[in-house]
Structures are given as C-alpha cells and as structure tokens.
Ligand binder design. Structure first.
Ligand code: KIV
Ligand code: ZN
Length: 382
C-alpha cells in the first residue's frame, strides 16, 4: 500500500466558514484530537491574519506531539516571517505559501504577468526555506490554470526548494477526469517532480471535492487536504472522513492513510458541536442516518446479514451499531427485532397482530421509539 498523507485544514480553511469562529482553547482541543486521529499535517491557521490566529498557531505548535504543524501565508515576506515565528516551537513544522496562477487571479487580483507571478512564487519559497526545511507551495486556482504554465511554476518552485506542491481547485470547478488529468500532466511534465509530493486541495462548489481528490491520488498525488465534516469556504472542502474511508474500502487502489478511523464519528461530533455547525443527517460516514435503515426490504436484509445493505462496519468509524428505525415503511422483521431487543419475543401470530396495531400508530408518527413499543403491544390484544 502506498501512503496518502492527510493534511487537515479544519482549523484554517474550515474555520473560514461564516459564524464558525473558534476561540483558541477550543482550537487546542480539536488540534489534540486531530493529532490522536493520526493526521500527517495540521494546518493550524493563517498567522498574519489576526493576533488571535497567531496565538492559536503558536499554542498548537507547542501542544501537538506527532503531527506536522503548518501555517498559511501569502507569497509575502512579512506573512512568511510571522508564520515562521508562530510555528517555531513545533516538533515538525511546515510553511504553506503561494499565489494565484490562473489567468483570472493573475490579471484581476494581482495585475501581474505570468512571469512576475512565477518570480514571486520562487522568492516566497526561497524565503520560507530560510526558516524551515518543509515548504508547501500552493498555486491558487490551479483548477482553472493552464497546465503548461502550472508545470512551469511547479518546476520553478521545486528548484527553489518546495517539498509539496498544492494544486487547489479553489473554486470547485473541475471535473474528476480533468483534475486527475492535471495531476497526471504534472507527474509527466515537471522536471524534478519526484523531489516533491503533489497535493489535492478541492472545494465542493459542484459537490465534486471528494471525487476530485480521489482522482488526484489515482493519478499520482500523495497528499489530500481536507476538513472534518467537509466544512470550509462556501460549499466546503473535501471531507476527511470520506476520502479516508474510500481508500480503506477500496484496497484495489493500493492507497491508504494513517487515520484511526474508529475516531471519525467522535471527532465529527466535536467539530460540529464546537462550531455550532450541524452535520446533515444523510452525510456519508458521519451523518446520523449513515447506518440507519428504515425501509422494510433493507431492514430485513440487514437483520439477516449486515453486509446486504452496508459497505462499512459502523464500528470501523466509531458508531456502535447500525440502527433499525421503525417507521410506517418498516416490515415485520424490523418490528420483531426491535421488540425482542426490549424483551418481547413475539411468535408469528402475535407479530401479525402487533404489526397491524403498529402500522396504525406509525402512520400518525414520524418514528416509533422504544417507549412506544410496549404500548403498541399492549393495545394489540395478544
Ligand atoms: O482553496 C485554496 O486555494 C486555498 C489556498 C489558500 C491553499 O485554500
Ligand atoms: Zn481552500
């Protein structure tokens, strides 16, 4: 298995979500859990952006034991100086610097020519390199950047000392085959590419962040930048739990991460509660319904053999067990199963009677819980 590094940016790109600002003590709690979770790199913040962010990057750097701590900068000397100061206590550190490389960013954001942008990129990487060995360069809006120019920039920053090349689909525009082809192009056309690691950083504006990240690693990238619950700017970033479990569920890809997947459910709740950002119930892996079965056909299958309708063992992501939810769409198998769980072992005749009564009640309620069941059984005249 080849290792894909997990670069967690919950506390940087994730925290950019309006209304999700965290105080630095909560950030420390989340950072510690991310360290236990096994992320390879933790982007702790954007140190020059505010004194608060500087402080949290600094404190996280002191706290974290195994994970590499990274600070974001623009391709600006002062940003890099401040980030270097903030991460200087980390056991393992990285500076993440970069500049926009798409036509639109170069013309409208910077009013610079491509050669000027390339020059700034090289200066920034060299300056970061004067502080730390590990320097990641991001080509912002790489998703919409011409591949030939992107390859020139990548080659120049590798020569300047960049160890990781981040290829962000900043606007979430790319299709998976397009993003995969971009990685393949860079693998094949950048001289010295084997001295650096290509990184996927995908946004979810079209719901493709996870698919694009997987396409990226299928084509040579070996780092994925992601957030817990997929939180992040606009429609969010690639969701950590999704990419980790996709690689684990598909051994034929021959790619894996170091993530302790049994912690995923717990850390998802921690981030969601800390940020007051609810997780949609049907969210893959960590949504409340990810392992809940409510239709009769599915319930019957799951009760006979879990694998008939589940591709992941819930315990692998920290969920105790699958749930059989009783609704008006449920069948006798589910009713008998749930009744037995609370001590009623119903024979066929009894079950038929209880099921009739159950449907009457279930048609009036959204769900039937363990308190409702004894009342339904009593009202069934067994
Ligand atoms: O989406 C993006 O391009 C970013 C960069 C700053 C890495 O978040
Ligand atoms: Zn981003």
């Amino acid at each position: 298995m080849d290792n894909v590094e997990i670069f967690d940016t919950t506390l940087r790109d994730g925290e950019q979500v309006p209304g999700c600002k965290l105080d630095y003590k909560t950030k420390l709690i989340i950072a510690e859990q991310l360290d236990f979770l096994g992320v390879d790199v933790l982007e702790a913040g954007f140190p020059i952006s505010s004194p608060g962010d500087y402080k949290s990057v600094k404190e996280i750097s002191k706290l974290v034991k195994n994970t590499r701590v990274c600070g974001l900068t623009r391709a600006v000397k002062k940003d890099i100086d401040v980030a270097a100061e903030a991460i200087k206590h980390a056991k393992l550190s990285r500076i993440h610097t970069g500049i926009g490389t798409s036509e639109s960013h170069m013309r409208f954001k910077f009013n610079l020519t491509p050669d000027e942008v390339l020059g700034r990129a090289v200066i920034a990487v060299k300056h970061a390199k004067s502080y730390v060995e590990d320097v990641e360069f991001y080509a912002e809006d790489a998703g919409r950047t011409d591949n030939e120019f992107l390859a020139r920039v990548c080659e120049a920053v590798i020569n300047a000392g960049a160890t990781v090349l981040n290829i962000p689909d900043t606007t979430g525009y790319c299709l998976p085959d397009e993003y995969g082809a971009k990685m393949k192009y860079l693998m094949e056309n950048v001289k010295g590419i084997h001295k650096a690691r290509l990184s996927c950083h995908c946004h979810n504006d079209l719901g493709l962040a996870t698919a694009n990240s997987i396409a990226g690693v299928q084509n040579g990238a070996r780092q994925i930048e992601c957030t817990i619950n997929g939180i992040g700017e606009r429609a969010g970033n690639t969701s950590l739990e999704e990419v980790v479990m996709i690689l684990r569920q598909h051994p034929k890809l021959n790619l894996d991460t170091r993530i302790k997947s049994e912690m995923l459910s717990g850390i998802s709740k921690l981030v969601s509660e800390s940020m007051a950002m609810p997780v949609q119930p049907n969210k893959a892996i960590v949504g409340a319904n990810a392992f809940a079965h409510s239709s009769g056909i599915h319930q019957d299958g799951v009760i006979k053999k879990r694998e008939t309708y589940e591709i992941i063992d819930p315990k692998d992501v920290g969920v105790t067990e699958s749930s059989i939810v009783l609704t008006a769409r449920s069948g006798r198998a589910a009713l008998a199963f749930r009744a037995k769980n609370i001590g009623y072992d119903l024979n066929k005749l009894e079950l038929d009677k209880v099921y009739k009564q159950f449907l009457i009640v279930a048609d009036q309620k959204k769900g039937i819980n363990d308190e409702d069941l004894p009342k339904i059984i009593e009202a069934s005249n067994l």
